[in-house]
Design a protein around this ligand. Structure first.
Ligand SMILES: [Zn+2]
Length: 320
């Protein structure tokens, strides 16, 4: 008798709830993430409420990505589009135009303090002024004057996550409480990871904190956690390092006594290997700068990426 009554009550609730609302909350929010790290953030904040499509996938290089026709189709049907901004996604403007996307494009670096490009610290004295002028003109033309890799600081990642929760709440008010709770839980995990990174850096002696990578992707990591990263390529992988850039870097490596050199998952290892050969430094492993690894790799999530990078650096610098 009781169970029959309950069933009837549930049936009447369903009947009387507005049909529009019921179907809206059943449909997942269609989210586009421009690259894999943002895709991971979006899944952590959105949970079951979202369906995430990532444009530049694992091991992909967002600086030089060429969109596929399927990307334009996905953009056109999206409810929310999440991007890094600061000219990280060179392909974005054209893709938004061709797709006719109606969704709001949310720049997740909103609210972070952008770092200026660190180009000028590299090899200025060693190179001719003509080269510097040309390099500056080129960089200015392609990338503006800020470093876009803000996600390499976990403090900034927390801001990305807050911006994602706000964007999801704006697009889907019904599930806002869930998004906020997910963001809060994930932010706590990020904070724990940040403590691990700081402890790992503290374990590296101060005179061994200079390391080499392929391109300038770790400016925010350097600023926040106190390692020094040198690179032959600038903040974009779009322009290849010149012979003069590489020669200047090799001189600087000798002066600054760099401890190790690393290849990056998104770039060709050849340049790092050449510098290793010429300086006698060993290649200390692979760092993940602008992309996650595939699911079966060492950095399938952002938290894995941070742990992998600092453990790889620590292992190479301290020597095992
Ligand atoms: Zn990059």
């Amino acid at each position: 008798m009781f169970s029959k009554f309950r069933l009837a009550l549930i049936a009447s609730v369903i009947t009387f709830s507005p049909a529009g609302l019921a179907s809206a909350s059943a449909e997942p929010l269609k989210v586009i993430a421009s690259f894999s790290i943002i895709g991971d953030f979006a899944k952590n904040v959105g949970g079951d409420g979202v369906e995430v499509t990532t444009l530049v996938g694992p091991d992909g290089d967002a600086h030089v990505y060429e969109p596929k026709p399927a990307d334009a189709v996905a953009m056109a049907g999206a409810d929310v589009v999440l991007v890094n901004g600061l000219h990280f996604e060179g392909f974005l403007e054209r893709l938004v135009e061709t797709s006719g996307a109606k969704a709001q494009i949310v720049e997740l670096t909103k609210g972070i303090e952008p770092l200026k490009m660190q180009e000028e610290e590299h090899g200025h004295e060693a190179e001719g002024e003509a080269h510097d002028a040309a390099a500056e003109a080129e960089e200015g033309h392609h990338h503006g004057d800020t470093d876009p890799h803000a996600f390499q600081s976990i403090a900034n990642a927390k801001i990305y996550v807050k911006n994602i929760a706000d964007a999801f709440c704006a697009a889907d008010a019904e599930r806002c409480d869930v998004y906020k709770a997910n963001a809060e839980a994930y932010t706590q995990k990020l904070a724990a990871t940040e403590d691990e990174v700081k402890a790992a850096v503290a374990a590296i002696p101060e005179d061994k904190r200079v390391i080499i990578t392929s391109h300038d992707a770790f400016g925010y990591f350097e600023y926040e956690y106190g390692l020094t990263f040198l690179a032959p390529e600038g903040v974009s992988t779009e322009a290849e390092a010149s012979a003069a850039d590489v020669a200047a870097l090799i001189r600087q490596v000798r002066e600054d006594k760099a401890s190790a050199i690393f290849v990056e998952s998104i770039t060709n290892a050849r340049l790092a290997e050449q510098i290793a050969t010429e300086t006698g430094l060993k290649v200390g492993g692979t760092l993940y700068s602008d992309a996650l690894s595939a699911a079966d790799g060492p950095a399938p999530t952002y938290i894995d990426l941070m742990r992998h990078n600092i453990e790889t650096i620590k292992g190479a610098v301290l020597g095992s």
